[in-house]
Design a protein around this ligand. Structure first.
Ligand SMILES: [Zn+2]
Length: 188
């Protein structure tokens, strides 16, 4: 599985665990982490995690940018604060308070005080954008969510609908194929 894009910034060990546990191999199998190495790359501290698929045994490499975490130490409370902001955003979304939802979800994704790669927060920001007549922005958010968690069906379904709403029909067709592929791999 290729890396979605560069090293993934994580600001707490808890978030790295949550992120890793949500990943699936392209075959649909769950992953087991085997080894972790820390390397320095220019100014950044990178944590490399070697994993293997429990089902097909394929090796998978993740790279996490832990520069911020390394500088100020791990703090579980920081991640719990991020989760709280995310859940506030989610409940605001569910009562159609889109302004509050957007503010809380953006706060959860703050690159310094939150977790910028919390895929569910990108997903719900996409839902907010789709609900408030901003289909292009919804596309960007769902794309980011699907890049971060490529085997999550809900993200692909949302992205397909957003491409259609934005009138990006070529992209919608490609996404339809991707969605079917993921669905088959997950055995659905
Ligand atoms: Zn596999």
């Amino acid at each position: 599985m290729p890396m979605p894009f560069g090293p993934i910034q994580v600001n707490s060990n808890l978030f790295q665990r949550v992120f890793f546990d949500a990943q699936r191999c392209r075959c649909g199998g769950r992953l087991r982490d085997r080894e972790e190495h820390v390397v320095r790359r220019r100014e950044a501290t990178i944590r490399q995690v070697y994993a293997t698929c429990r089902k097909c045994r394929r090796p998978v490499l993740f790279e996490f940018d832990v520069s911020l975490l390394a500088r100020r130490g791990d703090d579980a409370r920081r991640f719990l604060g991020t989760v709280t902001r995310y859940l506030d955003g989610l409940s605001a979304f569910k009562r159609s308070d889109f302004d509050t939802a957007e503010a809380r979800l953006l706060a959860a994704l703050d690159p310094r005080t939150g977790e910028p790669n919390l895929s569910a927060a990108h997903y719900y920001l996409g839902r907010v954008a789709a609900s408030t007549g901003r289909p292009e922005e919804a596309v960007q958010r769902f794309r980011r969510a699907a890049l971060l968690q490529p085997m999550e069906l809900a993200y692909h379904e949302a992205l397909l609908a957003a491409y259609r709403a934005a009138g990006q029909l070529d992209a919608a067709l490609a996404e339809l194929a991707e969605l079917e592929d993921v669905r088959l791999r997950l055995g659905g």
